[in-house]
Design a protein around this ligand. Structure first.
Ligand code: ADP
Ligand code: MG
Length: 146
C-alpha cells in the first residue's frame, strides 16, 4: 500500500465539486485515511509549496491556496501516487486527458481543482504536513482491504 496527499483546492470546493471528487476517490479504489476542511494561512501554503519558491507563479499559487478553504486528504491504495496523478490529469487543464478531474473541473493552470503528490516519499511527507499521526486512521474495513 502507498499513500498520496490529495487536496481539493479552493476553486473546486467553492465551485461545489467536492462531493463528486470524493465520490471519484472512492470509486477509484482509494481508502481515505484522513480528511479535513481547512483555511490555510499564506505561511502554511508557502511551506507546503516551498519546492516552488523560485518559480514565477509562487506568489499567485500561495495567494490562491490561502484565499478560501480547501480539503486535504490522505489517500491509500496500491500504486496510489501514480494512480491519483492519472485520475487528476495534467497540471494544465488544456492538456488534461478526457475523463480526468482536472479536465472536468479545472479552470486554469493555477486554479486546477486538485493536488496530488509526485512521489511515494512526498506522499508521506505531505500527509504529515497537514495531519498528525493520530489523525491518519490506519486499517478499518474498506474497499482496498475487502
Ligand atoms: P502539479 O500540481 O500537477 O504537481 P506542479 O507541482 O508543477 O504541478 O505545480 C504546483 C501547482 O502550482 C499546480 O498544481 C498549479 O496550481 C500551480 N502552477 C504550476 N504551474 C503554474 C503556472 N505556470 N502558472 C500558474 N500556476 C501554476
Ligand atoms: Mg507537483
Amino acid at each position: 500500500m502507498e499513500r498520496t496527499l490529495a487536496i481539493i483546492k479552493p476553486d473546486a470546493l467553492a465551485g461545489g465539486h467536492a462531493g463528486k471528487i470524493i465520490d471519484r476517490i472512492i470509486s477509484e479504489g482509494f481508502a481515505i485515511r484522513a480528511m479535513k476542511l481547512v483555511r490555510l494561512t499564506r505561511r502554511e501554503t508557502e511551506g507546503f509549496y516551498a519546492v516552488h519558491n523560485e518559480r514565477p507563479f509562487f506568489g499567485e499559487l500561495t495567494e490562491f491556496m490561502s484565499s478560501a478553504p480547501c480539503i486535504p486528504l490522505v489517500l491509500e491504495r496500491a500504486d496510489a501516487v501514480a494512480k491519483w496523478r492519472e485520475v487528476i490529469g495534467a497540471t494544465n487543464p488544456a492538456e488534461a486527458a478526457e475523463g480526468t478531474i482536472r479536465k472536468q473541473f479545472a479552470t486554469s493552470m493555477g486554479e486546477n481543482a486538485v493536488h496530488g503528490s509526485d512521489s511515494s516519499e512526498n506522499g508521506i511527507k505531505e500527509g504529515r504536513y497537514f495531519f498528525s499521526e493520530s489523525e491518519i486512521v490506519a486499517g478499518g474495513a474498506d474497499v482496498t482491504e475487502a
